[in-house]
Design a protein around this ligand. Structure first.
Ligand code: HEC
Ligand code: HEC
Ligand code: HEC
Ligand code: HEC
Ligand code: HEC
Length: 247
């Protein structure tokens, strides 16, 4: 009789240890997260370690906070990324249609569920970069149907990918032209002048890349292509100016 009475309560204990109540509820230091999660989620730990963040110095608590209270919702919010990724990385996203919609609506979204179950209307940083909880954050192919296909048609994504590639190719040609001009005609310019001109080209090429992968018209058509055209004009006129003054 005594044994029979014990049975249901043992069952209860083992059930609750599988449920959410089992999440330790305390504030932890980063070292504690790592030590315990090595045991409870070894795969995530391994991926994170090898990935773009873990191989640097970014830890679990940078995105999840220092307790289990709301740790997933916190990491899925855009703020979790833009606390570090500021400037052009943030702005190229925020000036995209995705970014405009998220900025207006995110506070009303339910971020307690996995992002891939589409409880959101447009993707934020983590939706694309940590899709399916990929803690290694492998570089994502732009227009990947596994990520974008939940909301866009394959046909649309194909067109988008090929126009993105064309956009990057034109940008690359402008970089080559700038390098060619400086190498063969820029001999009269000082090293410092050459470096400044080339740095500006690289910065604007990066803007263009971000404009393409984050789908920002501003970064493609304002901070990208026209800015590179401006660089080429500046390089040509600097070269002409030096010719003029040295003749
Ligand atoms: C003493 C062990 C332990 C420590 C320390 C610990 N965790 Fe956990 N954590 C767990 C267990 C157990 C789970 C539930 C099992 C699972 O989801 O893999 C969990 C789940 C999680 C989850 C998923 C939450 C959810 O609602 O499903 C996140 C995110 C997380 N931990 C992050 C952290 C971070 C960040 C730290 C450090 C600030 C930390 N953990 C410290 C044991 C620990
Ligand atoms: C760059 C931010 C970031 C870092 C760093 C990070 N995570 Fe996460 N993690 C996330 C996001 C975002 C999700 C939710 C993904 C989703 O909804 O698809 C997540 C999900 C999880 C989950 C739930 C996974 C599941 O499949 O239910 C656990 C557990 C977890 N993280 C643990 C960790 C641990 C442990 C570390 C440190 C080794 C860590 N995370 C580092 C952003 C991060
Ligand atoms: C605590 C600061 C911090 C947080 C939080 C953070 N990151 Fe990072 N992230 C970094 C650093 C530092 C690097 C490495 C930069 C480098 O390699 O130049 C990096 C690298 C990356 C890269 C690769 C960049 C490249 O040049 O290839 C991506 C993509 C990225 N983070 C996205 C995210 C996303 C998405 C989130 C939120 C879920 C996030 N990060 C949260 C600091 C952070
Ligand atoms: C619609 C999907 C999508 C969203 C949303 C998104 N990204 Fe990206 N991002 C990409 C793709 C695709 C690339 C290029 C491939 C790669 O590096 O993974 C990229 C590249 C990057 C890079 C590397 C840039 C470089 O210098 O090469 C960083 C850093 C980054 N994103 C951060 C962010 C941050 C921060 C957010 C949110 C503010 C964000 N991303 C939102 C898809 C996205
Ligand atoms: C969770 C849903 C969702 C996901 C996932 C998603 N998008 Fe979107 N996307 C939207 C919504 C909503 C809009 C705004 C539609 C509108 O203009 O009415 C949009 C707009 C766009 C636009 C701008 C279109 C225009 O009219 O200017 C582009 C480009 C785009 N998405 C590309 C992508 C790519 C590439 C991916 C994958 C990396 C992706 N999207 C993933 C929901 C999503």
């Amino acid at each position: 009789m005594r044994q029979l009475w014990l049975l249901p309560s043992m069952l209860l204990v083992s059930l609750s240890s599988m449920g959410e109540e089992f999440l330790p509820d305390k504030v932890y230091g980063e070292q504690e997260c790592v030590e315990c999660h090595q045991k409870v989620s070894a795969e995530i730990m391994g991926n994170h370690r090898q990935g773009r963040h873990g191989s640097g110095s970014i830890g679990c608590s940078d995105c999840h906070g220092s307790s289990h209270n709301g740790s997933l919702a916190r990491s899925r919010a855009n703020r979790s990324c833009t606390q570090c990724h500021t400037d052009v990385e943030q702005r190229s996203y925020e000036t995209s249609k995705h970014g405009v919609i998220l900025t207006l609506e995110e506070s009303g979204w339910d971020l307690t569920k996995p992002l891939a179950t589409v409880s959101v209307r447009t993707p934020g940083c983590a939706y694309c970069h940590l899709s399916d909880g990929d803690h290694a954050m492998e570089p994502k192919a732009d227009g990947d149907p596994k990520i974008c296909g939940k909301c866009h048609s394959t046909r649309y994504l194909k067109i988008l990918t090929s126009s993105g590639e064309a956009m990057e190719e034109v940008g690359e040609m402008k970089v080559l032209e700038a390098k060619w001009l400086l190498k063969w005609k820029g001999g009269d310019l000082t090293q410092q002048e050459q470096k400044e001109l080339l740095d500006s080209v690289k910065r604007h090429r990066h803007n263009l890349h971000l404009g393409v992968v984050h789908h920002s018209p501003d970064f493609q058509w304002w901070h990208g292509q026209p800015a590179l055209d401006g660089d080429l004009i500046r390089i040509r006129s600097k070269i002409a100016e030096h010719r003029w003054t040295s003749n």
